[in-house]
Ligand binder design. Structure first.
Ligand SMILES: CC(=O)SCCNC(=O)CCNC(=O)[C@H](O)C(C)(C)COP(=O)(O)OP(=O)(O)OC[C@H]1O[C@@H](n2cnc3c(N)ncnc32)[C@H](O)[C@@H]1OP(=O)(O)O
Ligand SMILES: O=C([O-])CC(=O)C(=O)O
Length: 377
């Protein structure tokens, strides 16, 4: 049966899902029916990842077991560190992460994705080990030894510790944990869809997550968080923001961190992240990049009025990470560390009623062309 072609599958449902929901007109995002404002105020990243994966908030014993399982699977094999050491230190951390996650599957070769117990441990390992890989790469590429995870530190605190060998400011770990909650899941985005297509072939979850990491890297998706910071640095001061934005828009270039396929108002995550910026800067000193970002948003609001283009999740996140002295090219890997829980939730949901993704196409080429021998071309 012929269908209308929708470029980018714009508005075409690819799955039925009960994991998250976006109201793009009102700017509402819910995970399993709970809004993200509530989760940021009351939950933790690990509790939220449980909610996403298993469909409800855990009881105290369930949360304790989940936390303990994740905590005790943070270590990575020395051969994964050896693999990272072999990669060019100038390469992008998303490529190193993708390579390491694909390789991780070789150490845990249970290919039988119909085994619920096996799937549980795969999810635990992936959520637990991604931060260790990101931190190991961040250190190895500068010639430093990786710092092993510390069992007595909570998830976010441990990650910040593995980056620097210093216990982070308590506010940093709380704000960082909120950032992970905000990046954990977002309906049928490009990287989740990529993972679903891979999952539908019954590939193992390491391959599913590795393929999602590849899709997240692009600048139209997760990679925009890095581009935003480069843009703010290029602008250099709030006074130069207006001229910069005018110049970009006049040249029909995109403002990174603005616009969204679903939101027609400001992304609610951008609003929360902006609040987190203000909390962080009030306690730890102002950020020059934040002042520029506010001016960019103000100008864009003036110039793009009526076009439905507002800051998305990638606009304010990097400013927080910059204030925590995290390298700019690690921002998208941080996104992946959080989004892995959403990818895994969709993987499990897909397996429950799996049907291989195999869409159709509208052929626009020729038929019955003659083959011209090489000597006659
Ligand atoms: C985690 C995430 O993935 S959030 C998104 C992160 N990506 C970015 O921030 C990159 C910048 N933004 C964009 O490229 C887009 O807004 C996207 C890709 C996110 C979504 O866009 P789509 O729904 O595919 O819309 P599309 O790119 O076709 O744009 C529609 C119109 O809005 C304009 N537009 C969209 N985004 C922007 C932007 N950031 N700056 C200026 N103009 C924009 C386009 O130029 C186009 O204008 P036209 O109709 O006059 O040609
Ligand atoms: O939903 C999308 O298309 C992109 C996005 O905001 C996300 O993945 O967080």
């Amino acid at each position: 049966m012929p269908h209308d072609f929708m470029p980018g599958l714009d508005g075409v449902p690819a799955a039925t899902s009960s994991i998250s929901d976006v109201d793009g007109q009102r700017g509402v995002l819910e995970y399993r029916g709970i809004n993200i404002e509530t989760l940021c105020a009351q939950s933790s990243f690990l509790e939220t990842s449980y909610l996403l994966l298993f469909g409800r908030l855990p009881t105290r014993p369930e949360l304790d077991r989940w936390t303990s399982d994740i905590t005790h699977h943070r270590r990575i094999k020395f051969r994964i560190n050896d693999l990272l050491k072999c990669l060019p230190e100038t390469g992008h951390p998303m490529d190193a992460l993708q390579a390491a996650v694909a390789a991780l599957g070789m150490f845990y070769p249970g290919r039988q994705v119909k085994d619920a117990e096996n799937n549980y441990w795969s999810a635990v390992r992936l959520i637990a080990k991604l931060p260790t890989i990101v931190a190991a790469w961040a250190r190895l590429r500068h010639g430093n030894d990786p710092i092993p995870p510390q069992d007595d530190l909570e998830f976010s605190e441990n990650f910040l510790y593995m980056l620097t060998e210093q216990t982070p400011h308590p506010l940093w770990k709380d704000i960082f944990d909120d950032c992970l909650i905000l990046h954990a899941e977002h309906t049928m985005n490009a990287s989740t869809f990529t993972g679903l297509v891979t999952a539908s072939t019954l590939a193992d979850p390491y391959t599913v997550v590795a393929s999602s990491i590849g899709a997240l890297k692009g600048p139209l998706h997760g990679g925009a968080n890095e581009e935003v910071i480069q843009m703010l640095r290029e602008i250099g001061s709030p006074e130069r923001a207006r001229a910069y934005v005018e110049h970009k828009l006049a040249g029909k270039q995109k403002l990174m961190g603005f616009g969204h396929r679903v939101y027609k108002v400001k992304d609610p995550r951008a609003t929360i992240l902006q609040g987190l910026c203000e909390r962080l800067f009030t306690a730890c000193g102002p950020s020059p990049l934040y002042a520029i970002a506010v001016e960019v948003e103000r100008t864009a609001d003036d110039l793009l009025r009526g076009k439905g283009l507002y800051p998305n999740v990638d606009f304010y996140s990097g400013i927080i990470y910059d204030q925590m002295h995290i390298d700019t090219d690690l921002y998208t890997p941080l996104f992946a560390m959080a989004r892995v829980s959403g990818w895994l939730a969709h993987w499990l949901e897909q397996l429950r009623g799996n049907k291989l993704f195999r869409p159709d196409q509208i052929y626009s080429g020729e038929h019955n062309r003659p083959y011209t021998p090489l000597t006659q071309r």
